[in-house]
Write a protein of this length. Structure first.
Length: 452
């Protein structure tokens, strides 16, 4: 396979465009019982027999809690502008209420200082799906009280890190927590509530609004929220499939973007869904201006009308003719879909859409488990195609400021354990040994080309 020329692709981007890489705490840190760390909803799931595909418990994995200096060294070598990582709520506040754990805060102090010393901007995410199990047992995101628990946690973090960290993500992908965590049960906390899970959307967005207030009070320079978005297409140009696609677009995209960007939820009654538990002032809090809107993108979604009666009026089906990643038909590869999604957002929201940051984009492909140099040309082709799609969207007038690769490291991929590998850096999950892949070299060359 002939790899795309990085300098030529880099020249398509405006001067000052930023290049980043991302990880999340539970997926890379390991040390689940170390230094006073509490139990999160994911600790429960990895200890549930048969729930994780390969029985992995997220340990040792990359073991970044002890080997973060190696990660910073890789980031320096890669040449990124910013590093998106997440903070572990239970490492900082083990039960989600009350006392903090100083050793957890000390860890993030060390990480932030190491990044700054390396000339890399820290860009943390307050929450990446791993809230304390004690709060889940009290109702989790189904209960409005969770908003104030999150606000108290955000204040702890801002008080400790806000003197050096000026750029923040609030909550990662509320859609995944709501639809997969509470609706379908494929992510922690593994509830299967279907449409009864919709209240978790509103409470997460309220928590985002409260975090924005807190971070602004600590003089944050840049605050925003990343959500997983997908371009939704009907399988056939027929009324039933178009209606099914509209319903899925509402659930996956509009229920999260509309309140943030327009100050209103779409009319759920038109789709036979219960209204959101909105109180006076909620939507003003949710839609307070942010400095960027984060779009995480992996694949488009093809939807057909449900083949049998039931509570869900649609089916997600394979995208015709599309190659796939290591996840198979549910993750089709279609780079132009990212361009079309970005253009659709600009047309749908107009001037209400702030500058866009691509908060995650990447792909998993089968690779060896043992420490080895991987020539991952499939990943390079995936990244190059999607980066070119971002350039196409910029050419079409979309204000995109940053692109972020998921992920810096091979990590714990949730219910799939260590069976899926997204990293620019191969990790032997038994020894934590890191080996940069061909995609690492390609992305480094791209960044150098952009700066030249």
């Amino acid at each position: 396979m002939t790899l795309p020329d990085p300098p030529a692709l880099a020249r398509r981007f405006p001067r000052g465009f930023r290049w980043s890489a991302a990880t999340s705490s539970f997926q890379i840190e390991g040390a689940r019982t170390g230094d006073g760390r509490g139990r999160s909803i994911w600790d429960v799931q990895v200890e549930t027999p048969g729930w994780v595909k390969d029985g992995a418990t997220a340990e040792p994995g990359p073991d970044s809690y002890h080997r973060y200096a190696e990660d910073v060294g890789l980031l320096r070598e890669l040449g990124v502008d910013r590093y998106r990582f997440s903070l572990s709520w239970v490492r900082i506040q083990p039960d989600g209420v009350g006392a903090t754990e100083p050793r957890g805060l000390d860890y993030y102090d060390r990480l932030v200082d190491a990044l700054l010393d390396a000339g890399i901007t820290p860009f943390p995410t307050l929450y990446h799906w791993d809230h304390p199990q004690a709060l889940e047992e009290a109702g989790g995101w189904l209960h409005r009280d969770m908003v104030e628990r999150f606000a108290a946690y955000a204040s702890i973090v801002a008080d400790r890190l806000g003197d050096r960290v000026r750029h923040w993500y609030t909550l990662n992908e509320p859609v995944s927590m709501s639809l997969q965590g509470y609706g379908a049960g494929t992510l922690a906390p593994a509830r299967q509530l279907l449409f009864q899970a919709l209240a978790t959307i509103h409470h997460q967005l309220l928590a985002h609004g409260r975090a924005v207030q807190i971070l602004r009070a600590h003089e944050a320079a840049e605050v925003g929220i990343p959500n997983n978005h997908t371009l939704v297409r009907p399988l056939h140009d027929a009324p039933d499939d178009r209606a099914a696609a509209a319903t899925y677009d509402l659930l996956h995209n509009r229920l999260f973007a509309d309140p943030l960007l327009t100050g209103a939820y779409p009319d759920l009654e038109d789709f036979g869904l219960p209204p959101m538990p909105v109180r006076e002032g909620d939507l003003e809090l949710i839609s307070a201006p942010v400095d960027f809107y984060g779009i995480n993108f992996y694949n488009p979604t093809t939807v057909a009308a449900a083949s049998a009666p039931g509570p869900v009026p649609f089916e997600i089906v394979p995208t015709p003719g599309a190659p796939t990643t290591g996840f198979g038909p549910e993750w089709p590869i279609d780079p132009p879909a990212l361009r079309d999604l970005l253009i659709d957002f600009r047309e749908r929201y107009g001037d209400r859409l702030p500058p866009v940051v691509i908060g995650e984009n990447g792909a998993s492909f089968p690779e060896p488990d043992h420490a080895v140099r991987v020539d991952d040309t499939d990943r390079v082709a995936y990244l190059a195609g999607h980066i070119a799609a971002v350039a196409d969207a910029i050419d079409a007038g979309v204000d995109v400021r940053e692109y972020t690769v998921w992920s810096l490291l091979d990590n714990f991929e949730w219910a799939d354990g260590f069976t899926q590998r997204f990293g620019l850096v191969h990790v032997d999950q038994r020894t934590s040994q890191r080996t940069p892949k061909a995609s690492f070299d390609w992305y480094r060359a791209l960044i150098r080309g952009a700066r030249a």
